[in-house]
Design a protein around this ligand. Structure first.
Ligand SMILES: [Zn+2]
Length: 284
């Protein structure tokens, strides 16, 4: 988790470019990033997420439940939250604590800006804002969080494994007309097919180091999963495939509610669970 306190940072002129900027060396370990970049991150079933059933409840439900737990002050209202307004939730738990929540399917710099501008129309002082956020690999994405911190008492960022992206929580909104107008102006320029090169905002050394660690944890999380999947030998693979055959033909019993442990099955170009012998495909 990353915490960025209200900086009341002065807004500078934005530099735009016609091409997207590259990840910054100060924010990530390039060697690990290279490995992370080429591994398959689309595996849909991971042991620790087996409690999640997207068939019965929308993903937003699980996101909100997890975040509420982290926010603590909303804990006692945890089960009374509803999802409405096409995934934007406004929940009035008491007079002060209101959460405004919006998770997008695809997250880009532009979509984040459009999302915040729309949400700022309904947000009021002291409200909480929960949105999804882009990767923290580039300087401009950090600089923009610092700009957003002008509008909150504090900002927290979590990497949410199920969504495979960052969740940004703005704690206690503070109305700031100048910052909102500044963000609106950025959107106008992004609409002309420009990208933000930099906001000219200073990112302090400690925050850079924190982000470096934060990004590293994300890379290692995926690299570890990937390693676990690739160390198995063909002999074992054949045995699992045979067990799958037995299961499909009802010679051995099906295991309900299996807490799947998947390995790569090279022979059939899929993944196979080593406990219940079910096949899984990778979603691209
Ligand atoms: Zn299984």
């Amino acid at each position: 988790m990353l915490v960025i306190n209200n900086n009341n940072v002065s807004l500078k002129n934005v530099i735009y470019t016609t091409a997207e900027s590259r990840p910054s060396k100060t924010l990530l370990n390039c060697d690990i990033y290279k490995i992370y970049n080429v591994i398959n991150k689309n595996l849909n079933i991971i042991n620790e997420l087996s409690n999640i059933d997207v068939q019965t409840k929308p993903i937003e439900y699980y996101v909100l439940q997890e975040i509420i737990t982290k926010l603590k002050i909303f804990n006692e209202y945890k089960h009374s939250f509803g999802l409405s307004f096409n995934n934007i939730t406004i929940n009035e738990t008491d007079n002060d604590n209101i959460i405004i929540f919006s998770i997008e399917k695809i997250t880009t710099f532009k979509s984040v800006i459009i999302n915040v501008i729309n949400l700022f129309k309904m947000i009021e002082n002291n409200n909480y804002l929960i949105i999804d956020y882009i990767d923290l690999f580039k300087s401009n994405s950090i600089e923009f969080v610092i700009i957003l911190s002008n509008l909150f008492k504090k900002i927290k960022i979590y990497f949410y494994k199920l969504l495979k992206k960052n969740i940004l929580i703005g704690i206690k909104y503070i109305y700031n007309k100048k910052t909102i107008n500044y963000i609106k102006k950025i959107l106008l320029n992004l609409k002309n097919n420009y990208f933000v090169k930099q906001f000219n905002i200073n990112v302090n050394k400690q925050l850079q180091l924190n982000i470096y660690d934060y990004n590293n944890k994300i890379f290692n999380y995926y690299i570890n999963i990937n390693n676990k999947l690739s160390i198995i030998e063909i002999i074992e693979e054949k045995e699992f495939i045979f067990n799958n055959f037995l299961k499909v033909n009802r010679i051995i019993k099906n295991i309900p509610n299996c807490n799947h442990l998947l390995i790569k099955c090279y022979l059939n170009d899929c993944f196979i669970c080593t406990k219940c012998y079910e096949y899984f495909n990778i979603f691209n």
